[in-house]
Design a protein around this ligand. Structure first.
Ligand code: HGY
Ligand code: MN
Ligand code: MN
Length: 422
């Protein structure tokens, strides 16, 4: 690791991180969308998400931080610096969760950012650059597919109207849900469009077992693997289960099963590096005595090597075209993010700050997608990981200790202060 010195001011701000205040807020937020076994189901733009947004805004207003929202509902909390006309340093994450989510995925990064602003206030430190904490809209993509919508719009990769028509499983459009949320959250009307950012650092639980198995507290994240999502829609013909001979059927579910069987073979990876997941399967009319007329399934495909993702993406279409008939099939790629390499200067500031604060640290890649991957196309970016118990995430049992939450936040405080103070 290159020589890294942490100045007095960043260290002072890190020392003002209040572990109890942070833990209490994480627990408060876990009430919004709470489900049994300590889980959270807080879909993007849902009433639970709106309640979480309102609470975050109230905490920010208490400290007189500025609150703004952009056209896709990304929520920005700003602590001013000495100069208001200079680019901000940014941190943040997402507040939406998986349907069977945990109390820490995403929300930790938003609250860690808020805690850094609080620590700066308590330490009475004035920075040169303003610091923005952002809560990105719809990172998960479990209600409205794909994920990462907020950071895609902020970085100019997509426009809000690209997503307007997308519907959730109840037929509600993204446009309608977004309008409701913007009306409900009392942020200022100013909606900053994409603007220059000095640097972005996101704190997040690792969502894997590496830190815990290595007995390290801080992960300085070096990269994020490439990620693609597909929607496969198969159309057949509904028919009577009792009277229709099998050879006359256009059974959409049987066609989907043929596709999935062949895709499993194509996606086999003896090195177990490829991540291939079919997480969603919808059959209609979904009646025990009617031959399925439609079958729709999702594909989530990830790998560090873009060329492998490109090759396998082509195979998805060719496999389905070959075995779906006599049913029809349409394969649509709904998301594509190339592998991300984080800025070396940000990675070393995370690792250096952790060591300067006496915390064990290691470099590691991220298997999970994050908004920081989009931000890396926009400004020097990086991530701080902390361990989560048994590497479990996207599961109600997800857990991170209060001490680790605070440790990650202290490193974030040190990095952001150093970036904003010079
Ligand atoms: O899917 C992901 O990697 C992220 O947790 N949304
Ligand atoms: Mn996340
Ligand atoms: Mn997640």
């Amino acid at each position: 690791m290159t020589e890294y010195t942490l100045g007095k001011i960043p260290r002072l701000v890190a020392e003002h991180v209040d572990e109890n205040r942070l833990w209490a807020r994480v627990m408060e937020m876990s009430k919004y969308g709470a489900i049994p076994n300590d889980g959270v189901n807080r879909p993007a733009l849902s009433q639970a998400d709106i309640a979480a947004r309102k609470t975050l805004i109230s905490w920010a207003r208490h400290r007189k931080f500025t609150i703004r929202q952009d056209e896709i509902g990304n929520l920005f909390i700003r602590r001013d610096g000495r100069h208001s006309n200079v680019v901000p340093v940014m941190t943040g994450s997402h507040m939406d969760s998986q349907p069977c989510g945990g109390r820490f995925d995403g929300i930790y990064g938003v609250l860690a950012g808020l805690e850094v602003l609080e620590a700066l206030e308590d330490a009475k430190i004035e920075t040169i650059n303003p610091i923005d904490v952002v809560a990105w809209t719809n990172e998960e993509g479990s209600r409205f597919d794909p994920g990462g919508m907020g950071s895609m719009v902020f970085t100019g990769v997509a426009k809000v109207h690209d997503f307007a028509h997308i519907q959730d499983c109840d037929g509600k459009s993204f446009k309608h849900a977004l309008e409701e949320t913007l009306r409900a959250t009392p942020a200022d009307t100013e909606r900053p469009s994409k603007h220059p950012v000095k640097a972005y650092i996101e704190a997040h639980i690792e969502q894997g077992p590496v830190l815990e198995n290595s007995a390290k507290t801080i992960g300085a994240v070096t990269s994020i693997q490439g990620s693609r999502r597909f929607q496969v829609n198969i159309s057949g013909e509904s028919a009577h289960a009792g009277t229709t001979p099998l050879k006359l059927r256009r059974d959409a579910l049987q066609a989907a099963l043929r596709c999935l069987a062949d895709l499993n073979t194509v996606m086999e990876d003896p090195d177990d590096i490829l991540r291939y997941t079919v997480g969603k399967l919808i059959v209609s009319p979904n009646s025990p005595n009617a031959v399925p007329s439609r079958a729709e399934f999702s594909i989530d495909l990830r790998h560090p090597d873009e060329a492998i993702l490109e090759r396998l993406s082509g195979e998805i279409s060719s496999v389905c075209a070959k075995v779906a008939p006599p049913c029809g099939v349409v394969v649509t790629q709904t998301f594509h993010k190339t592998p991300t390499s984080f800025a070396p200067e940000i990675v070393s500031s995370v690792e250096g700050s952790a060591c300067a604060l006496g915390l064990s640290a290691m470099l590691l890649p991220s298997g999970a997608f994050h908004d920081a991957g989009m931000m890396a196309t926009h400004c020097p970016s990086g991530m701080i990981f902390i361990p989560c118990a048994d590497g479990i995430s996207h599961n109600e049992a997800e857990y991170a200790s209060s001490a680790d939450l605070a440790a990650g936040t202290k490193v974030l405080a040190a990095c952001l202060t150093k970036l904003a103070a010079k």
